[in-house]
Each structure stands twice: as structure tokens, then as C-alpha cells.
Design a protein around this ligand. Structure first.
Ligand SMILES: Nc1nc2c(c(=O)[nH]1)N(C=O)[C@@H](CNc1ccc(C(=O)N[C@@H](CCC(=O)O)C(=O)O)cc1)CN2
Ligand SMILES: Nc1ncnc2c1ncn2[C@@H]1O[C@H](COP(=O)(O)OP(=O)(O)OP(=O)(O)O)[C@@H](O)[C@H]1O
Length: 207
């Protein structure tokens, strides 16, 4: 885990190539999932997630708006709103590059598209929450492995957000992904934060 003083070391070039290959292969695989399958998977994963959130008595949770073939979060958002669980979304920090802010997401929240073409809440500081005030962060990912290691889109956003979660005791990160995003073993770097739990349409993984 990188704690701020020592900059993360450069990866060897072969590890970099392997990571970028895995990233592009799995992004292509998830974009290939048909709209019918996407709808079905979104419902199945939502049911598993709701069971888990009830068990954990979750009141405040951050998730993501689906992009690039990611597991559909719309059924989950609808269910959370119906169950009075507070929902938050990430937005890119306006000046601290590589960092995220989390803002409340309600049915009347205005969304804008960011520079990465992802919809996010309009900046409104009154709607902001700090990561440790959230019970759970539902984490998007590109690939995961049998040990709970996570690879994302390559911005390091969630690694930075989650670097203190265990020491703080919150938020619990739960990965949310298609089954086809699982690989046997991911090449990891010291800043990568492994996930203690990942939910897919067919399974709840605990590590
Ligand atoms: N739905 C969702 N929201 C999220 C994330 C995510 O993985 N999924 N993020 C997780 O960290 C953050 C955004 N991270 C990202 C990092 C890189 C790219 C990227 O390279 N995107 C394009 C190029 C964008 C462009 O047109 O300029 C690409 O598809 O190649 C996208 C998102 C915050 N919000
Ligand atoms: N805690 C951190 N502090 C500073 N830099 C970091 C930290 N975590 C990751 N980085 C930097 O972010 C870059 C991207 O990291 P990585 O490829 O692991 O992102 P990712 O997990 O795929 O992306 P994301 O978390 O946004 O989905 C790396 O160059 C790394 O040096």
C-alpha cells in the first residue's frame, strides 16, 4: 500500500504489458454481453447484493453508474432507493487529480458527463460525504482473481480511495462484476488494494 511519502515504483515493462492486455481483453468481453444478458445479470447480482446489505445493516452506500459493459447497477439503485438506503456516486475531484469525491444520488440529482465520458453528479459540496462515513463502496472493476485482487480502468482512483479502509474500519469495499471478469491470477502492484468480497450474478466471493 502506498502511504503518500514514497512515490509508487515503476512497474517492469512485462508486467505493464500483461496488465494492459488483460485490461483490454476483459473490457472487450464485457462489452460483448448482449443487452438481454446484461438485464438478467443485473437483476441476479442485485438480489445477491441486497441479501448481503441487509445482513450488514447498510445505511449509506456508494456505487457507480454503468459504463463500458460493466455489470448494470440500475436494478440495485432502484431497490436501494425503495429501501431508504442512501446512495452516493463518485465524481472526479475538480483539482486533486486521480482522486474521487462521493456525492449523494437521488432521483432529482443533476448529472453531467465527465472528461472520461462517465455520468457523475454535478459538483455540490452540500451533497458530499467522506469515504469513511460510507458503510460500503460497491467498486467497479475490470478484472479480479481468486484471491480478491482487483484491476480497474487504470486511473488508480479506487486504490487511492480505499487505501485506509482497513485501518479506519470503513467503508467495506464490495466488488461488483460479471463472472467473465474473473481470471486465475492478476499481476499485482504494491498500491493495489485487494477486495474482501466480490459479488457476481452467480456467486458471492469472500476472501
Ligand atoms: N462506471 C464507472 N465509473 C467510474 C469508474 C469505473 O471504473 N467505472 N472509475 C474507476 O476508477 C473512475 C473513472 N475511471 C476511469 C479511468 C479511465 C477511463 C478511461 O480510460 N476511459 C476511456 C477513455 C475516455 C476518453 O474518451 O477520454 C476508455 O474507455 O479508454 C475511464 C474511467 C470513477 N468512475
Ligand atoms: N495510493 C496511491 N497513491 C498514489 N498513486 C497511486 C495509488 N494507487 C495507485 N496509484 C497510481 O495509479 C496508477 C494506476 O493504478 P492502477 O493501474 O492499479 O489503477 P486501477 O486500480 O486499475 O484503477 P481504478 O482504481 O481507477 O479503477 C498507477 O500508476 C499507480 O502508481
Amino acid at each position: 500500500m502506498h502511504q503518500g511519502t514514497t512515490p509508487p515504483q515503476k512497474m517492469t515493462s512485462s508486467a505493464t504489458i500483461k496488465r494492459s492486455e488483460i485490461r483490454s481483453n476483459i473490457r472487450a468481453a464485457r462489452r460483448n454481453i448482449s443487452p438481454q444478458q446484461q438485464a438478467c445479470f443485473g437483476q441476479q447480482a442485485c438480489a445477491h447484493m441486497l441479501t448481503k446489505l441487509e445482513e450488514l445493516k447498510v445505511k449509506r452506500l456508494a456505487l457507480y453508474l454503468t459504463n463500458d459493459g460493466e455489470l448494470d447497477t440500475q436494478p440495485l439503485i432502484k431497490a436501494l432507493w425503495q429501501n431508504d438506503i442512501e446512495v452516493y456516486l463518485p465524481r472526479l475531484h475538480p483539482f486533486s487529480q486521480g482522486n474521487l469525491l462521493f456525492l449523494a444520488y437521488r432521483s432529482n440529482t443533476s448529472l453531467v458527463q465527465n472528461s472520461l465520458k462517465i455520468w457523475e453528479p454535478k459538483l455540490d459540496i452540500t451533497q458530499m460525504i467522506l469515504p469513511h462515513q460510507l458503510d460500503v463502496i460497491v467498486t467497479p472493476l475490470v478484472a479480479f482473481d481468486e484471491a480478491g485482487n482487483r484491476m480497474g480502468m487504470g486511473g488508480g482512483f479506487y486504490d487511492r480511495t480505499l487505501m485506509n479502509w482497513e485501518r479506519m474500519g470503513s467503508p467495506l469495499p464490495i466488488g461488483y462484476a460479471h463472472d467473465c471478469q474473473q481470471v486465475n491470477r492478476l499481476p499485482c502492484e504494491h498500491w493495489d488494494i485487494p477486495l474482501p468480497m466480490i459479488i457476481t450474478p452467480t456467486k458471492t466471493w469472500k476472501f
